[in-house]
Design a protein around this ligand. Structure first.
Ligand code: PLP
Length: 395
């Protein structure tokens, strides 16, 4: 069978490969505890589930939904942005509900990128920015996120010939995988850069509500002029434990929102309406679940950081996101360290290089592991230090 060159060149998604590896080990009867994907382990709050249950019974919600989503959902999104960030959005032209933000991010590249166009993509990063660029026929120029620059990209190091071909800059703060955060002065510089070089900014902000120690991230749209150059992707997945329901949104520049809406209207048929009603309940109902979840994650974050530090990793506590980004002990590469943990103690952590070459030297651990499993995993990780043979790198 002759598949397209596009699909032949496409590797399976990072977590598909990782899950395969775990399944193989489990099939052999070996226990594997995973700190892999950032997928909240607690259920969706009851008020949201009740709304989903109730609205799923209404036959009006059994039919094709509109691409642009219910006006009441777009209003709930606009109200949420107003309350949370003091950002005013026009529900007709500046808000578009998505089938999870991954869907919108993937499709946005097709709205911006022609053959040989360049996308500026952080390294390490959520893989969808680069993969969708390549699927759209474009080229990726990676912007290393270095620890000594607080994991922010250095925009003034991008060569002129790249800048001439660059159509879009992808950003994501609070950041996956590094847990880094950005403030409004960084976004001010980004907007100046985007205006000077005629580059669209896509800011991906699904972790704005997953925060610790009282930290409150900003929205890209809070920065002056943001709406002239870009959009923000957001999601209900991490804020309301709704990863499985697939609902998110894009907000901001009306030309970009219109382009994405036009693209989507041709290839998908919208978000099931009962899920849209559940999202309205999430955004406008009681918000106490957010603080409750964050308290759990913060406790887990602290336990994980303590054990990793004891193992010889260098780790600082993230202010936000679901991830601990740890520097591996001396002499290990990311892959060697994560393979060693998997082989010696059956604990899976993600090698930083899974998110790009600049992830070398780091591993990522998600705090969405259940408390019972966490206790077990931390005890296994502690035992790694005492039982292992002195490490001999293969190189
Ligand atoms: N953006 C980032 C940075 C993520 O880490 C994730 C999920 O892990 C997503 C987007 C996708 O979220 P959603 O569930 O809304 O598709």
């Amino acid at each position: 069978m002759n598949l397209s060159q596009r699909i032949n060149n496409l590797a399976p998604y990072l977590f598909v490969e990782i899950n395969k590896k775990i399944a193989e080990k489990r099939a052999k009867g070996e226990e594997v505890i995973s700190f892999g994907i950032g997928d909240p382990d607690h259920p969706t709050p009851n008020n949201i589930l009740n709304k989903l249950h109730e609205t799923s019974k209404d036959s009006a919600n059994h039919r094709y939904p509109e691409t642009e989503g219910l006006l009441s959902l777009r209003q709930a999104i606009a109200d949420w942005y107003q309350n949370r960030f003091k950002v005013t959005l026009d529900t007709k032209s500046e808000v578009l509900p998505l089938i999870g933000s991954k869907e919108g991010i993937g499709h946005m590249s097709f709205c911006l990128i022609d053959q040989k166009d360049v996308a500026l993509v952080p390294d390490p990063a959520y893989p969808v920015y680069s993969v969708s660029t390549q699927l759209a026929g474009g080229e990726v120029y990676y912007l290393p996120l270095k620890e000594n620059n607080s994991f922010l990209p250095e925009l003034d190091t991008i060569p002129q010939d790249i800048l001439k071909r660059a159509k879009v800059l992808w950003l994501n703060y609070p950041n996956n995988p590094t847990g880094a955060v950005a403030d409004i002065s960084f976004f001010d510089k980004v907007i100046e850069f985007a205006k000077q070089n005629n580059i669209v900014v896509c800011h991906d902000n699904p972790y704005s509500e997953v925060t610790y120690d009282g930290y409150k991230p900003c929205s890209f749209l809070e920065a002056k002029g943001a709406r002239e150059v870009g959009i923000e992707f957001h999601s209900l997945s991490k804020s309301y434990n709704m990863t499985g329901w697939r609902i998110g949104m894009a907000v901001g520049n009306s030309t970009l929102i219109d382009a994405l809406k036009r693209f989507k209207s041709n290839i998908d048929s919208g978000i099931p309406q009962a899920i849209q009603y559940a999202a309205i309940e999430a955004l406008s109902g009681p918000q106490n679940c957010i603080a409750e979840h964050n308290a759990i994650y913060q406790r887990r974050r602290d336990l994980i950081v303590d054990v990793l530090t004891d193992m010889g990793c260098v780790v600082s506590k993230p202010k936000a996101s679901l991830y601990v980004w740890a520097k591996v002990p001396p002499k290990y590469t990311s892959l060697e360290f994560s393979s060693d943990l998997l082989e010696q103690v059956g604990v899976l952590v993600i090698p930083g290089t899974g998110y790009g070459p600049s992830g070398e030297g780091f591993v990522r651990l998600s705090v969405t592991i259940s408390d019972a499993m966490l206790v077990k995993a931390l005890s296994k990780l502690s035992s790694w230090k005492n039982t292992r043979e002195p490490f001999k790198p293969k190189r």
